[in-house]
Design a protein around this ligand. Sequence first.
Ligand SMILES: Cc1cc2nc3c(=O)[nH]c(=O)nc-3n(C[C@H](O)[C@H](O)[C@H](O)COP(=O)(O)OP(=O)(O)OC[C@H]3O[C@@H](n4cnc5c(N)ncnc54)[C@H](O)[C@@H]3O)c2cc1C
Length: 611
Amino acid sequence: MGCNVALITADPAAIGRMSCNPAIGGSAKGHLVHEIDALGGVMGQLADATGIQFRLLNRSKGPAIWSSRCQSDSVAYARAAADLVAREPGLLVVAADAIDFVPDPGAPVGRLILADGQELACRRLVVCSGTFLNGVLHTGEAAQPGGRVGERPATGLSTAFERLGIVTGRLKTGTPPRLRATSVDFAELAEQPGDAEPLPFSHRTDRSRFPLLRQVSCHITHTNATTHLELERGFDRSPMFTGKIQAPGPRYCPSIEDKIVRFPDRTGHQLFLEPEGLDSELIYLNGFSSSLPAEVQSAALRTIPGLRDAEVVRFGYAVEYDYFPAYQLDLTLESKELRGLYFAGQVNGTSGYEEAAAQGLLAGINAARAVRGEQEFVLGRDQAYIGVLIDDLVTKPSHEPYRIFTSLAEHRLILRQDNASRRLAQHGVRMGLLDADRGQQVAAEQLAIDTLLSALETTRVTPAAANSWLQSLGTSPLQAAETLATLARRPEVGLQGLNRMQELPLAIKDLMATTPDATLAAGAIELKYQGYVRRESAAMARMQRLEGMRIPPATDYESLAALSNEAREKLARLRPRTLGQAARMAGVSPADVSVLMVWLRGRGRAPVAVN
Ligand SMILES: Cc1cc2nc3c(=O)[nH]c(=O)nc-3n(C[C@H](O)[C@H](O)[C@H](O)COP(=O)(O)OP(=O)(O)OC[C@H]3O[C@@H](n4cnc5c(N)ncnc54)[C@H](O)[C@@H]3O)c2cc1C
């Protein structure tokens, strides 16, 4: 965005390092990657350039929840990320530990103090310290300071922010063992190949050369009752069960020991063997995250088909770290307490590369715009999964690491991967992250879809013209004239199927022939969801009205006697920015929302558009 940025990192060689699974995307996470790409972020490009297996998940379900996932060559991914950082004008990498922050009421927001004694005056600061703040690594009874295996923790910053009034908490996450590929008996395992026709994440990827790297398979195996017995033998030395780890971990991504305790009736759990890269000898054992003692992990692995002789290169471990509960942030990810300071990524209580990247992008955009005195940039829940993610984070405090799911988006039929650019590219152009050509390209695609759909909506066919053809497709005949759009919505017909109708009006035939295949495919999905979108628009308009009503940050909730006690306490703590945000908070009832609305109207505040 044209700003001068110092990227301070303890270890520049670790830029782009994948702490955990060598994969990008997945259910709902794939949507985030498409949205990041649509706005002009680079995660999709990096994934496309370094993916060794691409799959579109949830294909058996509706297109709204189709999610892209790729297995990444983790070494190539980090290299590609580091190259990109090195080539970016205005971006200076500073190799140092940041240990303190001193706020400054003047133009710069404060000074960041580095361990070597240097001080950096910053006009805006984005803190994205991941799992490193006071990080402790656990394997069995052994615990040692660390942010990630082989990397030291970051100390000082948490205390500095606590001193300045920011609340901190503690979370944990874990990672499974890495196995030596040559020691695995793949013949015993089920193979899981990628898609025959892989699809890229990024609009910038040249499809004629995609995929760039050789594609490989993953493999599947299962734990069994003997594995579980072996693991249970180590439970009395598990830092999770002995109370050494107090911090909550991600419920949706439990360790293998957690799974055994939580699902005692299950006699087996599925495990995926995922290669870490084309030239890497490491296999990531997805589903076997563990912080049990190394010898317990070893003994249990020997009971699993295909892994009887498996050599463990690195044992699973858990990491406990400080985070800053995100209710302390605005929807721009700026701290409410310390203006000019933004927080993004794992440090906000999330888990996952994609969640971190989405927040980094939004925090970065807002920091840059604030420096230039420009209006903030917020995405609504009806605009993007990024909007859902950030709104959930700042509005609904969670006590465990947060990850995105499609079920969290109330407008998920609108927030699809296929329309990410049509939803968001104009914002990317406005932010200066995409060039105008891209904006025009996306606008042209939208126009082509709208033209086609409106032609289908306004062209009717009679039973005489369509019935013999419909009969040949095995679908019911028309009783009266219907629009082509209604016909095309029939699963047996479909948009492309219309082309095979003899009596299709010439104008429509021509229109379809001149519309690119990708646009036709996008049009078919829009057509499918059109009715829903129309029905939803009233609810979305209502939500936007609430979102447009801003609540002054200094509101004295104590003086609003008509609020319930619970709402008053929660509103005072979270200080929502808009009435929409207040309405989504747990403990704030519709009656409380009405009280706030009447009060806001009484103050004569005209609704102000957030975006
Ligand atoms: C053991 C482990 C297991 C994980 N398991 C999963 C999982 O199963 N599923 C999942 O989705 N995600 C998992 N993750 C999380 C995933 O790695 C993170 O969500 C993601 O990497 C977070 O990105 P980030 O940019 O917030 O921070 P990170 O990727 O952690 O990067 C933080 C960077 O900041 C630097 N840094 C921190 N503090 C300072 C300082 N004071 N001074 C200078 N530099 C500093 C660090 O050196 C590091 O380079 C796991 C992470 C770990 C470590």
